[in-house]
Design a protein around this ligand. Structure first.
Ligand SMILES: [Zn+2]
Length: 355
């Protein structure tokens, strides 16, 4: 496990960055990239880029999204309670009782997610799944005027949490999806530079993945602008190694068993062959995942960019996705960075990716 990857993660994971409001997290990513990349820049959509090598060589995009799910204040009542809408896909039941941080204009405002106490609920309420519209955020304001003086409609919020080490290899954090992927993209770029490659790798911290399944988000604009020869997307995938998971329905993915490669229509066969060969050469254990149609990642918009981009997805096994405590095994992240760096080493600049 490289110490640079561990440091990158610790700097990235606790920076807030709900979709469309990624700048704090993107700034951290950009600072780390600036320590070794030959060129670093940002675009109007909020994507950040870090390139190595000369412009003449074919570009290989390494994409990890830098946004995370969050909440947005949409109404403040006269008693001073905030009502919020989801930025991305929440299970509202994991929000109950959480501490949050509203990213207000004058700095973060702490709050808690309120709900009627169990004693005050009838049996019907107790048995029902909670909905986001039934929850509120309490910032301790005396009334609406006080709350409105501190918080504005349109302010976003994240869970208030610190990254937690669970034993030697496993960490829990709010923003694993997909700061882990953004960190791996940077680490792969760094290692590619150390190993020496004949392509031009460009890591991209993409914006707005969590809200853009249809529009394509920052992956669409960044891949259009970069016009890469090939792209490797790094995102999390569901580990199925915890209780109550049916492997017949969800497949077999385990934490600590290595990065996951997808097969399916989005994935370019020749790029995948180069990656498999790299895994074998570097003795990296791989897990496999079937993605018969879409992948649910940035790859879905990148692979149809312009006239098509040879694309692959490297997934990081993740327990409890979209919860305040998402788990990953650092050994999987380390192996993913090594796999991508070795793939870049093994890529022939004349590879056309045409089967
Ligand atoms: Zn997500």
């Amino acid at each position: 496990m490289s110490s640079t990857l561990r440091t990158t993660l610790h700097r990235l994971l606790d920076a807030p960055g709900p979709s469309g409001f990624e700048s704090a997290a993107a700034t951290v990513w950009r600072e780390i990239a600036g320590e070794f990349a030959t060129e670093v820049w940002s675009d109007v959509h909020g994507n950040v880029y870090a390139a190595l090598g000369s412009e003449g060589a074919p570009t290989v995009m390494l994409a990890g999204h830098v946004d995370e799910i969050g909440l947005m204040v949409h109404y403040i009542d006269d008693d001073g309670y905030l009502f919020v809408r989801a930025v991305g896909g929440w299970d509202p039941s994991v929000l109950v009782g959480q501490r949050i941080e509203v990213l207000a204009a004058d700095g973060p405002i702490p709050g808690v997610v309120g709900r009627k106490a169990i004693h005050l609920m009838g049996q019907e309420d107790r048995d029902k799944a909670v909905k986001l519209k039934e929850l509120w955020v309490d910032v301790g304001a005396a009334d609406g005027d006080e709350a409105r003086s501190r918080v504005s409609v349109g302010d976003v919020a994240v869970i208030r949490s610190d990254t937690l080490d669970l034993g030697e290899h496993v960490i829990a954090a709010r923003s694993i999806d997909d700061r882990a992927g953004a960190a791996v993209a940077l680490e792969a770029l760094r290692r590619a530079g150390e190993k020496g490659v004949s392509v031009r790798p460009v890591a991209v911290a993409t914006a707005q993945e969590e809200i853009s399944l249809r529009s394509g988000g920052g992956a669409r604009t960044s891949s259009y602008g970069l016009a890469p020869h090939a792209a490797i997307v790094i995102d999390v995938t569901h580990a199925t190694d915890h209780p109550h998971m049916d492997k017949k329905e969800h497949g077999d993915v385990r934490l600590g068993a290595g990065p996951v490669l997808s097969r399916g229509a989005v994935i370019n066969h020749r790029l995948l062959a180069v990656m498999s060969a790299a895994a074998e050469r570097a003795d990296i254990s791989i897990q496999w995942q079937a993605s018969p149609s879409s992948t649910g990642t940035d790859a879905d918009s990148i692979f149809t960019s312009r006239t098509g981009v040879a694309t692959a997805v490297v997934s990081l096994p993740n327990r409890y996705m979209h919860s305040p405590n998402q788990l990953v095994d650092l050994r999987d992240l380390d192996a993913a960075a090594e796999l991508i760096a070795e793939t870049l080493v093994g890529l022939d600049p004349d590879e056309a990716f045409v089967a």
